[in-house]
Ligand binder design. Structure first.
Ligand SMILES: [Fe+2]
Length: 276
């Protein structure tokens, strides 16, 4: 059983207010280095020769995939706290996830500051019809495997987007296919934009309703993160008998909707969507 106190009250409050929280020193530089070396080897890129970094942005899996629970134990405890408990998670042996390596995306284009003008705003989950209580994307986890400064390719976040997406999904009890979201409209309602900067060993825990996007990497240094999705065994519940049993992820949604509980029932069947 995981500790119930992985996150401080301040950290939970930050998550509730801003849809994400960043934990520091969750794994060592040495542990990160092993995975980064493996990525360069898989790609056939020379880390000291940028001319070999053929693709601006790379998605792939590490050839060795340590379970997150062992790689970064305090992160695992924090995840369990945010989703309510380890028992609510579908796969507690989940690995550190998929690489998203931003070598030089957008380096030759003028810098677009974090704002609605950045392209590609989305919430994760292209494989299911989204409902207010969906279980498929319970939490997004983003470990940093390189130091990321401003303009260094860090994920951009709309830190006030959870209430906006929650309202949108509440207005659509029939569910929303991934291609039916009007992300441009949703992000136009946001005001609090941030770059996910930080150091090796930092891990961001991100609410499933937080709008985010890629950014340009003007730093000349590759940005290494992985991301992974924590799925829930059951849909979220907004009408628990004991309010103390709401997970912080559920609380953030209720808070965003301005209610203390909610009876939500999808009006259409849940749907898995094939991905190519
Ligand atoms: Fe994403």
């Amino acid at each position: 059983m995981s500790s119930q106190f992985a996150l401080t009250k301040e950290q939970v409050n930050h998550f509730l207010a801003h849809g994400h929280v960043v934990l520091h020193n969750c794994f060592s530089r040495e542990a990160a280095e092993e995975l980064v070396c493996d990525a360069y080897q898989q790609l056939g890129y020379d880390r000291h020769n940028p001319a070999t970094w053929e693709k601006p942005l790379v998605f792939m899996y590490p050839s060795v995939q340590p379970p997150l629970r062992e790689f970064a134990p305090k992160v695992w405890d924090a995840i369990c706290q945010l989703i309510g408990s380890e028992e609510r998670c579908t796969n507690p042996t989940r690995s550190v996830g998929q690489w998203v390596i931003n070598f030089w995306r957008g380096r030759d284009e003028e810098w677009v500051p974090p704002s609605p003008q950045v392209e590609g705003w989305h919430v994760d989950g292209n494989f299911f019809r989204h409902f207010l209580d969906s279980s498929e994307q319970g939490l997004l986890v983003v470990p940093l495997f390189s130091d990321v400064a401003e303009r260094g390719g860090g994920t951009v976040l709309a830190a006030d987007s959870v209430p906006i997406v929650a309202r949108f999904l509440l207005e659509h009890p029939e569910g929303v296919r991934p291609d039916e979201f009007d992300f441009a409209n949703l992000v136009s309602q946001c005001r609090d934009f941030r770059e996910l900067t930080g150091s090796v060993g930092d891990v961001a825990l991100i609410h499933p309703f937080l709008l985010h996007s890629f950014s340009q990497n003007h730093s000349g240094k590759p940005r290494f993160i992985t991301n992974l999705c924590i799925s829930l065994k059951e849909p979220m519940e907004f009408n628990r008998a004991d309010p103390l049993c709401f997970s912080p992820v559920e609380q953030a949604i209720l808070q965003g909707l301005g209610v203390s509980s909610l009876s939500f029932h999808p009006s259409a069947p849940r749907e898995r969507i094939p991905t190519s």
